[in-house]
Design a protein around this ligand. Structure first.
Ligand code: ADP
Length: 654
């Protein structure tokens, strides 16, 4: 107590002047660290207390305007030491019971003053300890009430003795509805419907999980966790049904068994669980009732889950399938293929057509989508297979293929059979027209010419049909060799100039530069050029022009066939490469089969090239054919040819 601040502030209440002076003298003589103020009466003391703080009050018991108990009642926070007459021991005891800290009995020699410093010291210290405890208590209370879990304390009879604010908020209840109530009633536990609210007696039903938990804690002394209750709570006029998770802990308080109940609101978690369960059920229903087979395998590639459809498809039951190696569902060769694809796809999702083995040994055609499952570290945990039975589709495809081959054979046979007599007819007509078989008069010649033209048309048609048929069936192979493009060009020119002259159309051929040798099928490219130039002359009126030029457009060479003819309407452009498509030209139908451009298109595609067309009605048309300078191998794969063939069967009008 060396500093001024460390002095005790003492209020002395004493109406006896001599006693007051004795106190002051004693303090000075003993150099006591007191900063004291004296009051002569209760009212003066009260006045002083309004404006000053004190660490301790030392007060005579009996004063002119009252007793020290009056001060005790109005000043709760300052410890009071009572100075009583020697005969007033009972008064002192009563005052001490009322809250005074200590008392000093007065004696004539004022020896009581000697005991005063220690008494004051003890009282101040005690007050400090009490204050600290009080603060701690208040802090604990605050924590108890603000804790994020509901907490309550119950006695051995399961009657609630304390409850925090959180639990009251959770239950939407007043203190009076919780404190002193049986715990099941307080928590609105639905299993304890027989609890009598008015009498407050608890007769929880035997199945009450909360009551069972608490009984178990009381008997075993072991805590119990995760007890879930689902009470129905009344809030004003409505009901709510929250979910609570409760843990019960045994404690001993003042030598008595008590239960600490902690309660968390898990309604949201429960709802989320419910929703997840519903979603799971939904997927399970889809999984179970799907008309495709679903299988799930573990990381050892053994079946662990499948749906009903799988059992039907494979003719197997649960005993046959559970932990069956996935590989055993396939013929060995097919499994190798799946494995190879798996390696190629690096274990990701893939799709394939394969064959599976049923329990009875029968093979079934299937289409499978396989997805590999991985955990968050990228490790494979299993796989899911979606399997469709495509046996019927495969059968239909087979039938279609057979039909298509039959048809193709039929067309070839018929065309060939037509060609021979037609050649004889053409030959016969030529002989008669040449006059070898006798003179032909004008009228006869006219009809023989008509017959010759029509025989020619029929022959063209048969040739086109046969060509197209061979191309479509993939039966026509390219004869790839190195050729001089310009030579081919002049050959075509020689053939077509006669026709152009006849139609009175100007025909010019040009090449912008010296072109290198290119690799292509000579006969087929001549066919392309003849067709395009023939069309250009055919659809260009007298006096018009047709020009063909060739340029290098690395890595291709470009043949451009332009005319100043009647053009092709915009809406017809996308269709002109379709087989048998002919532009409808009202009033001026020009003869043809509608197969020429389809054949051209096929040949160009087989060479790995492309064909483009630009046209304006009554102005003219340009066909641009790009062919690679070097055709490596025919690009139209067998499967494409097959698809085309299928398409023909469905759509071909013959
Ligand atoms: P077609 O035997 O009728 O000539 P194509 O397949 O060769 O059959 O051509 C299809 C149609 O495209 C023709 O009927 C014609 O209407 C149109 N066509 C083709 N080339 C030309 C062209 N150079 N000018 C105008 N129309 C053309």
């Amino acid at each position: 107590m060396e500093t001024e601040d460390a002095k005790y502030k003492v209020l002395l209440i004493e109406d006896d002047t001599l006693d007051r002076m004795a106190f002051e003298r004693f303090v000075q003589a003993e150099k006591l660290p007191y900063d004291y103020t004296a009051a002569r009466s209760i009212s003066q003391a009260e006045e002083i207390l309004k404006s000053q703080q004190f660490d301790i009050i030392v007060s005579d018991y009996s004063l002119g305007d009252g007793t020290a108990l009056d001060i005790l009642n109005s000043v709760k926070h300052i410890p009071i030491i009572l100075i009583t007459g020697a005969a007033d021991e009972q008064v002192a005891i009563n005052a001490w019971r009322a809250g005074t800290y200590d008392y000093l009995p007065k004696d004539l020699d004022r020896n009581y003053l000697k005991a005063m410093p220690e008494t004051i010291e003890k009282a101040v210290k005690r007050k400090k300890v009490e204050d600290a405890l009080d603060r701690r208590q208040r802090n604990l209370e605050a924590i108890f009430h603000a804790a994020p879990v509901g907490m309550l304390l119950a006695d051995e009879n399961m009657i609630v003795t304390r409850a925090n604010d959180t639990i009251r908020r959770m239950l939407h209840r007043e203190r009076t509805q919780i404190i002193e109530k049986p715990i099941c009633y307080a928590l609105g536990c639905i299993n304890c419907t027989d609890i009598n609210e008015r009498s407050g007696t608890e007769q929880a039903s035997a199945g009450c999980s909360l009551k069972n938990a608490m009984e178990s804690v009381l008997h075993s002394g072991q805590s119990v966790d995760e007890v879930e209750i689902h009470p129905t709570l009344q809030i004003e006029n409505s009901e709510i049904k929250p979910w609570f998770c409760i843990s019960v802990e045994p404690v001993m308080i003042d030598g008595c068994k008590r239960l600490i109940v902690a309660m968390a609101d898990i309604t949201r978690r429960k709802k989320a669980e419910d929703e997840r369960r519903l979603v799971e059920e939904k997927y399970r229903t889809i999984f179970e009732n799907s008309a495709v087979a679903f299988t799930m395998a573990d990381k050892q590639e053994q079946l662990i889950s499948w749906n009903k459809f799988t059992e039907g498809l494979l003719g197997m039951g649960a005993d046959d399938l559970y932990l069956k190696p996935v590989s055993s569902l396939y013929p060995a060769r097919e499994w190798e293929k799946i494995r190879a694809q798996d390696v190629r796809q690096k274990g990701m999702q893939h799709h394939l057509e394969t064959v599976m083995t049923r329990k009875d040994g029968k093979l079934i055609d299937v289409d499978i989508s396989l997805s590999v499952l991985k955990d968050s570290n990228g490790k494979t945990t299993g796989s899911i297979g979606v399997i469709r039975d495509i046996t019927e589709r495969k059968k239909a495809e087979e039938q279609l293929k057979e039909t298509m081959e039959l048809k193709s054979q039929f067309i070839s046979t018929v065309s060939h059979e037509l060609r021979t007599p037609l050649a004889a007819i053409k030959e016969g007509l030529a002989i008669v027209l040449d006059g070898v078989a006798g003179r032909v008069n004008k009228k006869q010649k006219k009809f023989l010419d008509i017959a010759k033209r029509n025989a020619e048309r029929l022959s063209n048609l048969i040739n086109d049909v046969l060509d197209f048929q061979k191309l479509s069936a993939g039966k026509m192979k390219l004869q790839l060799e190195s050729h001089d493009i310009e030579k081919i060009l002049s050959e075509v020119y020689e053939t077509m100039i006669l026709y152009a002259n006849k139609q009175q159309v100007e025909l010019t051929f040009a090449s912008a530069e010296k072109l290198p040798l290119a690799i292509f099928d000579r006969a087929k490219v001549i066919q392309v050029l003849t067709n395009l130039v023939g069309n250009a002359i055919k659809f260009t009126p007298e006096g018009g022009r047709v020009s063909v030029d060739i340029q290098r457009r690395d890595p291709d060479w470009l043949i451009r066939v332009s005319d100043t003819g009647m053009g092709i309407p915009k809406e017809a452009l996308p269709r002109i490469f379709e087989r048998f498509y002919r532009v409808n030209r009202r009033g001026k139908q020009i003869k043809g089969t509608g197969l020429g451009l389809a054949i051209v298109h096929k040949i160009v595609m087989m060479h790995g090239g492309r064909i483009e067309v630009e046209s304006q009605v009554d102005k003219g048309t340009t066909f641009n054919v790009f062919l690679p300078l070097e055709v490596k191998s025919p690009t139209e794969s067998a499967s494409e040819a097959k698809d085309e063939l299928l398409e023909n069967i469905v759509a071909a009008p013959y």
